[in-house]
Design a protein around this ligand. Structure first.
Ligand SMILES: NC(=O)c1ccc[n+]([C@@H]2O[C@H](COP(=O)([O-])OP(=O)(O)OC[C@H]3O[C@@H](n4cnc5c(N)ncnc54)[C@H](OP(=O)(O)O)[C@@H]3O)[C@@H](O)[C@H]2O)c1
Length: 249
Protein backbone atom coordinates (compact mmCIF):
# COMPACT_ATOMS: atom_id res chain seq x y z
CA UNK A 1 0.00 0.00 0.00
CA UNK A 2 1.45 3.39 -0.92
CA UNK A 3 0.92 6.31 1.44
CA UNK A 4 -0.33 9.55 -0.12
CA UNK A 5 1.43 12.70 1.04
CA UNK A 6 -0.96 15.66 0.95
CA UNK A 7 0.44 18.68 -0.86
CA UNK A 8 1.09 21.76 1.27
CA UNK A 9 1.12 25.23 -0.22
CA UNK A 10 2.07 28.64 1.10
CA UNK A 11 1.63 32.21 -0.06
CA UNK A 12 4.44 34.61 0.84
CA UNK A 13 3.70 38.18 -0.23
CA UNK A 14 6.72 40.12 -1.38
CA UNK A 15 8.82 37.00 -1.79
CA UNK A 16 10.97 38.35 -4.60
CA UNK A 17 13.60 39.81 -2.27
CA UNK A 18 14.72 40.18 1.34
CA UNK A 19 13.00 38.26 4.11
CA UNK A 20 10.20 37.05 1.82
CA UNK A 21 12.65 35.49 -0.61
CA UNK A 22 14.41 33.69 2.24
CA UNK A 23 11.06 32.47 3.55
CA UNK A 24 10.15 31.17 0.09
CA UNK A 25 13.51 29.41 -0.20
CA UNK A 26 13.24 27.73 3.19
CA UNK A 27 9.60 26.76 2.78
CA UNK A 28 10.36 25.21 -0.60
CA UNK A 29 13.23 23.27 0.95
CA UNK A 30 10.79 22.04 3.59
CA UNK A 31 8.49 20.65 0.88
CA UNK A 32 6.00 23.47 0.41
CA UNK A 33 4.73 24.63 -2.95
CA UNK A 34 5.24 28.39 -2.64
CA UNK A 35 3.52 31.30 -4.35
CA UNK A 36 5.10 34.75 -4.10
CA UNK A 37 4.11 38.14 -5.42
CA UNK A 38 5.81 41.45 -6.10
CA UNK A 39 5.54 44.45 -8.40
CA UNK A 40 8.74 44.02 -10.38
CA UNK A 41 8.49 41.22 -12.96
CA UNK A 42 12.27 40.96 -13.36
CA UNK A 43 12.78 40.37 -9.64
CA UNK A 44 10.03 37.74 -9.71
CA UNK A 45 11.60 36.00 -12.71
CA UNK A 46 14.97 36.04 -11.00
CA UNK A 47 13.48 34.48 -7.85
CA UNK A 48 11.87 31.77 -9.97
CA UNK A 49 15.25 30.86 -11.47
CA UNK A 50 16.72 30.52 -7.96
CA UNK A 51 13.93 28.50 -6.32
CA UNK A 52 12.77 25.36 -8.10
CA UNK A 53 8.99 25.10 -8.45
CA UNK A 54 8.35 28.64 -7.24
CA UNK A 55 5.08 30.16 -8.50
CA UNK A 56 5.04 33.91 -9.01
CA UNK A 57 2.35 36.52 -9.56
CA UNK A 58 3.02 40.11 -10.53
CA UNK A 59 0.75 42.13 -8.26
CA UNK A 60 0.79 45.50 -6.55
CA UNK A 61 -0.72 45.03 -3.12
CA UNK A 62 -1.48 48.73 -2.89
CA UNK A 63 -4.16 48.01 -5.52
CA UNK A 64 -7.18 46.18 -4.02
CA UNK A 65 -7.98 44.53 -7.39
CA UNK A 66 -4.50 42.99 -7.42
CA UNK A 67 -4.96 41.75 -3.86
CA UNK A 68 -8.21 40.04 -4.87
CA UNK A 69 -6.58 38.51 -7.97
CA UNK A 70 -3.71 37.19 -5.88
CA UNK A 71 -6.16 35.76 -3.34
CA UNK A 72 -8.05 33.89 -6.07
CA UNK A 73 -4.85 32.32 -7.35
CA UNK A 74 -3.71 31.39 -3.84
CA UNK A 75 -7.09 29.94 -2.89
CA UNK A 76 -6.83 27.53 -5.84
CA UNK A 77 -3.51 26.08 -4.63
CA UNK A 78 -3.90 22.54 -3.32
CA UNK A 79 -3.29 22.29 0.40
CA UNK A 80 -2.96 26.03 1.06
CA UNK A 81 -2.43 26.26 4.81
CA UNK A 82 0.07 29.10 5.28
CA UNK A 83 -0.20 32.76 4.32
CA UNK A 84 2.68 35.05 5.25
CA UNK A 85 1.84 38.73 4.92
CA UNK A 86 5.40 39.92 4.40
CA UNK A 87 5.40 42.58 1.66
CA UNK A 88 5.77 46.14 2.83
CA UNK A 89 7.28 49.46 1.85
CA UNK A 90 8.84 52.10 4.02
CA UNK A 91 9.10 55.75 3.04
CA UNK A 92 11.34 57.87 5.22
CA UNK A 93 10.03 61.41 5.07
CA UNK A 94 10.70 64.66 6.91
CA UNK A 95 7.21 66.12 6.93
CA UNK A 96 8.15 69.79 7.29
CA UNK A 97 10.46 69.55 4.29
CA UNK A 98 8.22 67.41 2.09
CA UNK A 99 5.60 68.46 -0.40
CA UNK A 100 2.06 67.76 0.88
CA UNK A 101 0.94 66.05 -2.32
CA UNK A 102 3.90 63.69 -2.15
CA UNK A 103 3.19 62.96 1.51
CA UNK A 104 -0.45 62.18 0.74
CA UNK A 105 0.45 59.92 -2.18
CA UNK A 106 3.11 58.08 -0.14
CA UNK A 107 0.89 57.58 2.86
CA UNK A 108 -1.93 56.18 0.74
CA UNK A 109 0.43 53.65 -0.82
CA UNK A 110 2.10 52.77 2.48
CA UNK A 111 -1.17 52.23 4.34
CA UNK A 112 -2.65 50.27 1.44
CA UNK A 113 0.31 47.93 0.99
CA UNK A 114 1.33 47.54 4.64
CA UNK A 115 -2.01 47.46 6.44
CA UNK A 116 -5.06 47.22 4.17
CA UNK A 117 -3.57 44.52 1.91
CA UNK A 118 -2.71 41.99 4.64
CA UNK A 119 -6.19 42.40 6.12
CA UNK A 120 -7.91 42.19 2.75
CA UNK A 121 -5.90 39.09 1.85
CA UNK A 122 -6.82 37.55 5.19
CA UNK A 123 -10.50 38.25 4.59
CA UNK A 124 -10.33 36.70 1.11
CA UNK A 125 -8.31 33.64 2.16
CA UNK A 126 -9.93 32.89 5.52
CA UNK A 127 -12.48 30.45 4.04
CA UNK A 128 -9.70 28.46 2.33
CA UNK A 129 -7.55 28.34 5.44
CA UNK A 130 -10.49 27.51 7.71
CA UNK A 131 -11.16 24.49 5.48
CA UNK A 132 -7.63 23.15 6.04
CA UNK A 133 -7.04 20.77 8.96
CA UNK A 134 -4.68 23.33 10.54
CA UNK A 135 -3.63 26.65 9.04
CA UNK A 136 -1.70 29.81 9.83
CA UNK A 137 -1.71 33.46 8.90
CA UNK A 138 1.59 35.16 9.75
CA UNK A 139 1.82 38.92 9.79
CA UNK A 140 5.37 40.20 9.60
CA UNK A 141 5.59 43.19 11.90
CA UNK A 142 8.27 45.40 13.35
CA UNK A 143 9.26 46.69 16.77
CA UNK A 144 8.72 50.11 15.16
CA UNK A 145 4.99 49.42 15.54
CA UNK A 146 5.54 49.54 19.33
CA UNK A 147 8.51 51.92 19.54
CA UNK A 148 8.08 54.28 16.58
CA UNK A 149 11.01 56.09 14.99
CA UNK A 150 10.73 59.66 13.84
CA UNK A 151 11.55 59.26 10.17
CA UNK A 152 8.73 56.92 9.12
CA UNK A 153 5.46 57.83 10.88
CA UNK A 154 3.18 56.07 8.40
CA UNK A 155 5.21 52.84 8.34
CA UNK A 156 5.19 52.78 12.15
CA UNK A 157 1.44 53.45 12.22
CA UNK A 158 0.76 50.68 9.68
CA UNK A 159 2.80 48.17 11.68
CA UNK A 160 1.08 49.24 14.93
CA UNK A 161 -2.26 48.71 13.19
CA UNK A 162 -1.19 45.30 11.92
CA UNK A 163 -0.06 44.25 15.41
CA UNK A 164 -3.42 45.29 16.87
CA UNK A 165 -5.41 43.61 14.09
CA UNK A 166 -3.41 40.41 14.55
CA UNK A 167 -4.27 40.25 18.24
CA UNK A 168 -7.93 41.06 17.62
CA UNK A 169 -8.29 38.48 14.83
CA UNK A 170 -6.48 35.89 16.92
CA UNK A 171 -9.07 36.29 19.69
CA UNK A 172 -11.93 36.14 17.21
CA UNK A 173 -10.66 33.08 15.36
CA UNK A 174 -9.79 31.25 18.57
CA UNK A 175 -13.55 31.23 19.09
CA UNK A 176 -14.84 30.93 15.52
CA UNK A 177 -12.11 29.02 13.64
CA UNK A 178 -9.84 27.35 16.22
CA UNK A 179 -7.82 25.49 13.58
CA UNK A 180 -6.55 28.81 12.19
CA UNK A 181 -3.62 30.49 13.97
CA UNK A 182 -2.90 34.19 13.53
CA UNK A 183 0.72 34.91 14.37
CA UNK A 184 2.58 38.18 14.75
CA UNK A 185 6.24 37.71 13.74
CA UNK A 186 8.19 40.78 14.80
CA UNK A 187 11.58 41.27 13.19
CA UNK A 188 14.63 43.26 14.28
CA UNK A 189 16.80 45.11 11.74
CA UNK A 190 17.38 42.82 8.78
CA UNK A 191 19.94 43.41 6.04
CA UNK A 192 17.63 43.96 3.04
CA UNK A 193 16.84 46.60 0.43
CA UNK A 194 14.49 48.22 2.95
CA UNK A 195 17.35 49.00 5.33
CA UNK A 196 20.07 49.69 2.77
CA UNK A 197 22.49 52.31 4.01
CA UNK A 198 21.19 52.51 7.59
CA UNK A 199 21.29 50.75 10.91
CA UNK A 200 23.84 48.54 12.62
CA UNK A 201 23.76 44.96 13.88
CA UNK A 202 21.45 43.75 11.13
CA UNK A 203 20.72 40.05 10.86
CA UNK A 204 20.58 38.27 7.51
CA UNK A 205 17.26 37.62 5.76
CA UNK A 206 18.00 33.89 6.00
CA UNK A 207 18.40 34.12 9.78
CA UNK A 208 15.18 36.14 10.09
CA UNK A 209 13.25 33.63 7.96
CA UNK A 210 14.67 30.67 9.87
CA UNK A 211 13.62 32.23 13.18
CA UNK A 212 10.08 32.81 11.91
CA UNK A 213 9.73 29.27 10.58
CA UNK A 214 11.23 27.79 13.75
CA UNK A 215 8.70 29.77 15.80
CA UNK A 216 5.86 28.35 13.72
CA UNK A 217 6.90 24.82 14.73
CA UNK A 218 5.41 25.49 18.17
CA UNK A 219 1.77 24.49 17.97
CA UNK A 220 0.38 27.20 20.23
CA UNK A 221 2.61 30.02 19.02
CA UNK A 222 0.91 33.42 18.98
CA UNK A 223 3.83 35.75 18.56
CA UNK A 224 7.39 35.37 17.38
CA UNK A 225 10.02 37.82 18.57
CA UNK A 226 13.21 37.60 16.55
CA UNK A 227 16.65 38.57 17.91
CA UNK A 228 16.95 41.95 19.60
CA UNK A 229 13.22 42.66 19.37
CA UNK A 230 12.74 40.93 22.71
CA UNK A 231 15.40 43.17 24.32
CA UNK A 232 13.91 46.35 22.87
CA UNK A 233 10.40 45.42 24.01
CA UNK A 234 11.79 44.66 27.48
CA UNK A 235 13.40 48.10 27.65
CA UNK A 236 10.17 49.63 26.37
CA UNK A 237 8.19 48.02 29.19
CA UNK A 238 10.55 49.58 31.75
CA UNK A 239 11.18 52.90 30.02
CA UNK A 240 9.32 53.85 26.83
CA UNK A 241 11.41 57.03 26.61
CA UNK A 242 14.70 55.10 26.65
CA UNK A 243 13.43 52.63 24.04
CA UNK A 244 12.32 55.58 21.92
CA UNK A 245 15.79 57.11 22.13
CA UNK A 246 17.36 53.81 21.07
CA UNK A 247 15.38 53.63 17.80
CA UNK A 248 15.01 57.33 17.08
CA UNK A 249 16.50 58.65 13.83
N1 LIG B 1 14.36 44.86 6.90
C1 LIG B 1 14.13 45.12 8.19
O1 LIG B 1 15.00 45.56 8.96
C2 LIG B 1 12.76 44.83 8.76
C3 LIG B 1 12.59 45.00 10.15
C4 LIG B 1 11.34 44.72 10.69
C5 LIG B 1 10.31 44.29 9.87
N2 LIG B 1 10.52 44.16 8.53
C6 LIG B 1 9.40 43.70 7.71
O2 LIG B 1 9.80 42.55 7.01
C7 LIG B 1 9.05 42.47 5.79
C8 LIG B 1 9.99 42.24 4.63
O3 LIG B 1 10.83 43.37 4.52
P1 LIG B 1 12.22 43.33 3.73
O4 LIG B 1 13.19 44.06 4.56
O5 LIG B 1 12.48 41.96 3.28
O6 LIG B 1 11.84 44.27 2.50
P2 LIG B 1 12.40 44.28 0.99
O7 LIG B 1 13.72 43.62 0.89
O8 LIG B 1 12.26 45.69 0.57
O9 LIG B 1 11.36 43.36 0.23
C9 LIG B 1 10.02 43.75 0.13
C10 LIG B 1 9.32 42.76 -0.77
O10 LIG B 1 7.94 43.16 -0.86
C11 LIG B 1 7.62 43.43 -2.22
N3 LIG B 1 6.68 44.54 -2.24
C12 LIG B 1 6.86 45.77 -1.74
N4 LIG B 1 5.78 46.52 -1.97
C13 LIG B 1 4.88 45.73 -2.61
C14 LIG B 1 3.59 45.95 -3.14
N5 LIG B 1 2.98 47.14 -3.05
N6 LIG B 1 2.97 44.94 -3.76
C15 LIG B 1 3.58 43.73 -3.88
N7 LIG B 1 4.81 43.47 -3.41
C16 LIG B 1 5.46 44.47 -2.78
C17 LIG B 1 8.95 43.74 -2.90
O11 LIG B 1 8.94 43.47 -4.30
P3 LIG B 1 8.68 44.67 -5.38
O12 LIG B 1 9.47 45.84 -4.92
O13 LIG B 1 9.11 44.09 -6.69
O14 LIG B 1 7.21 44.91 -5.32
C18 LIG B 1 9.86 42.74 -2.19
O15 LIG B 1 9.71 41.45 -2.73
C19 LIG B 1 8.25 43.76 5.73
O16 LIG B 1 6.95 43.54 6.22
C20 LIG B 1 9.00 44.69 6.65
O17 LIG B 1 8.16 45.70 7.16
C21 LIG B 1 11.72 44.40 7.96
Amino acid sequence: MSATISPRSALVTGGSSGVGFALAQQLTAAGYHVLICGRDPDRLANAATLIAGLQTVCANLADPADVDRLASIAAAMPGLDLVINNAAVQFDRQWMAANADELVSDLSEELAANLAAPLRLTARLLPALAAAPCATFVNITSALGVVPKSSAPVYCAAKAGLIAATISLRHQLARDAPTVRVVDAMLPLVDTAMTAGRGRGKISPAAAAAAVLAGLQKRRVRRIRVGLVRVLLGIHRLSPALAGRLVSD
